[in-house]
Design a protein around this ligand. Structure first.
Ligand SMILES: *[C@@H]1O[C@H](CO)[C@@H](O)[C@H](O)[C@H]1NC(C)=O
Ligand SMILES: *[C@@H]1O[C@H](CO)[C@@H](O)[C@H](O)[C@H]1NC(C)=O
Ligand SMILES: *[C@@H]1O[C@H](CO)[C@@H](O)[C@H](O)[C@H]1NC(C)=O
Ligand SMILES: *[C@@H]1O[C@H](CO)[C@@H](O)[C@H](O)[C@H]1NC(C)=O
Ligand SMILES: *[C@@H]1O[C@H](CO)[C@@H](O)[C@H](O)[C@H]1NC(C)=O
Ligand SMILES: *[C@@H]1O[C@H](CO)[C@@H](O)[C@H](O)[C@H]1NC(C)=O
Ligand SMILES: *[C@@H]1O[C@H](CO)[C@@H](O)[C@H](O)[C@H]1NC(C)=O
Length: 503
């Protein structure tokens, strides 16, 4: 096996002095000179404004002026009061799974371990656990593998069985037909009282149920790239989020769970319009606003495909595009796959929606774009022309920056474990927002496959050091991966190697 492994031997490509977010305009470019002139004019205008403000300050304004200009609602407290969501004190955590034998440099940032976070979340469960899942294989025997790294997955299954023993109700919606055919997890849970519904998503939308989230006790949630698979805890790189004590968001995500639950009932039909009680009032136009751990935060969920978006639910594609359009400085995305096409429909269609949005941001607003795509044994090499094409837009002297790298999880001595050792992350971060999703970036995941996304944006509290805003935490994780030895530039790829492993 050469290919990806060979690439690992290449020296790291990232310069040590990488700026915080890339795109440093070269100092002597015409654009640079123009911005200096613009800055000068702005400074003069600013001085004038300050002088005027000072003069106005000296002269008292008539009382009526204030009445004519009622104070805009700018304080977050006021907004919380308006939406009545101040009862919750939501706590947001990023969680991730770093495959075994994937060491990072000492002192690298990291999120909470997914395996521990899942156990902790289950430990808080008192009444109910609702799980939306693609497939289950939490034990080694489920896929005929005997490896000690299956233990954390087996512990999750044991914990769920204990919770059923304590009369905590467990509802599972999962795709049908099942992917891990030999897995007995769901039968074992059903015997102990779990309610399981298999959703024939292909029948309804032509896709699969690919969502991965939990709602616990109607107030805590987990959402992320990990499947209910032991490999997600020890052999696959995953990223997700957990939000505690947040009934406002949990009730909203529960509505998406209920869409699957309804479709998993015998003889279910896909409603033309979903009943009113499935509608959401939390979306991209009206996100939930509150203080998460004291930090002013907005958050909402998106869903795909459109047929599973009742009134008021933001479509997943619209959420991704909105986050891209909102960026002014950078867009960093880490996805398993990137295809500006369909993947599963025949004949395939060209679908440059996300590709265009990235190019538009880089060209039109000089937003710095970085795309980190997974590369592993099963990577389809036809992805590479699209990545090269995107990167070809880069023109540093014009201030256009689009960089693409592949992330390679070395297989090492784990070759006994099939479909593992990949970067399964599906997130994007800008200076404004964090997007954590479950969809690969190709058309089918937005048009026929069911998925969910979470968009979180926190305000930086300059006065209060401590935990940085969610989007800054996520940026640090992206940057850690991007500048690690596992991330390889496309130029480093010898022709024909392209991560398609050759024996
Ligand atoms: C599933 O079970 C069948 C029949 O017992 C066996 O032949 C097959 O190898 C198993 N597959 C996996 C992935 O364990
Ligand atoms: C699994 O592997 C361990 C050690 O590698 C061995 O002791 C054990 O018998 C194996 N179990 C099965 C079911 O093959
Ligand atoms: C669970 O429910 C059953 C039947 O209602 C009851 O007999 C049992 O005591 C309950 N167990 C616990 C731990 O509450
Ligand atoms: C959630 O709220 C409960 C009760 O107020 C509290 O004990 C717990 O620590 C909170 N959890 C987190 C993670 O903040
Ligand atoms: C909406 O109401 C119906 C009928 O009462 C119920 O079965 C369903 O679970 C509700 N859906 C949601 C999302 O609350
Ligand atoms: C696999 O490799 C790691 C280090 O690369 C080593 O710590 C571990 O013991 C090895 N495991 C086996 C089963 O050889
Ligand atoms: C994403 O794409 C890969 C490669 O085609 C596929 O194996 C996987 O099922 C897709 N979905 C997930 C889990 O992201």
């Amino acid at each position: 096996t050469q290919g990806c492994l060979l690439q690992l031997l290449a020296p790291p490509r990232t310069a040590a002095g990488d700026p915080e977010w890339c795109c440093s305009t070269p100092p002597h470019s015409p654009r640079g000179r123009r911005s200096t002139q613009v800055l000068g004019v702005l400074a003069m205008l600013g001085l004038g404004f300050l002088t005027l403000t000072y003069l106005l300050w000296q002269v008292p304004l008539p009382h009526a002026w204030y009445q004519m200009h009622p104070k805009e609602v700018t304080s977050w407290e006021a907004l919380e009061g308006q939406t009545g969501q101040q009862r919750d004190s939501c706590q947001f955590f990023l969680v991730e799974s770093i495959p075994q034998d994937l060491p990072y440099a000492a002192g690298s940032p990291s999120a909470q371990s997914l395996a521990q976070a899942w156990l902790q979340l289950l430990d808080t469960a008192q009444e109910s656990i609702h799980v939306a899942s693609y497939y289950w294989s939490l034990t080694g025997p489920d896929i005929g593998v005997n490896d000690s790294s299956s233990q954390p997955g087996e512990a999750i299954l044991q914990k769920l069985l204990q919770l059923l023993d304590r009369n905590v109700s467990l509802m599972v919606a999962t795709n049908s037909p099942a992917l891990a055919k030999n897995s007995t997890d769901l039968q074992v849970l059903a015997v102990q009282g779990a309610q399981v519904r298999q959703v024939p998503m292909r029948h309804f939308t032509g896709g699969v149920l690919h969502s991965k989230f939990w709602v616990v006790d109607g107030q805590h949630i987990y959402l992320g790239s990990a499947n209910m698979d032991w490999r997600s805890l020890t052999q696959v790189k995953e990223l997700g989020a957990i939000i505690y004590n947040c009934s406002g968001l949990a009730h909203d995500l529960e509505k998406t769970f209920q869409t699957y639950w309804v479709l998993g009932a015998p003889q279910a039909v896909l409603p033309k319009t979903w009943p009113q009680n499935f509608s959401s009032r939390i979306n991209r136009f009206q996100p939930l606003r509150g203080r998460f751990g004291g930090v002013p935060t907005t958050a909402y969920f998106s869903a795909s495909p459109p047929a599973l978006c009742p009134r008021g639910r933001t479509r997943d594609l619209d959420a991704v595009l909105a986050v891209m359009k909102g960026a002014r400085k950078f867009i960093y995305a880490s996805v398993m796959e990137y295809f500006p096409t369909t993947r599963f429909s025949h004949p395939a269609r060209y679908w440059p929606v996300l590709d265009n949005a990235l190019r538009d941001a880089a060209f039109g607003r000089r937003v710095c774009v970085r795309l980190l795509v997974s590369c592993g044994l099963s990577t389809d090499p036809t992805m590479f022309p699209y990545l090269r094409s995107l990167q070809a837009l880069s023109n540093p002297s014009a201030g256009i920056s689009v960089e693409v790298k592949v992330f390679i999880v070395p297989v090492g001595n784990h070759s006994n474990i099939p479909f593992s050792r990949v970067n399964h992350n599906k997130f994007m971060v800008t200076e404004k927002a964090a997007y954590i999703g479950t969809s690969n970036w190709s058309e089918d995941y937005f048009s026929s496959t069911s998925g969910v996304g979470l968009v979180v944006s926190q305000r930086a509290l300059h006065a209060q050091p401590g935990v940085p805003p969610a989007q800054e935490q996520l940026r640090q994780l992206f940057q850690r991966d991007w500048s690690s030895r596992y991330a390889v530039g496309l130029d480093g790829q010898a022709p024909g190697q392209d991560c398609a492993w050759q024996d």
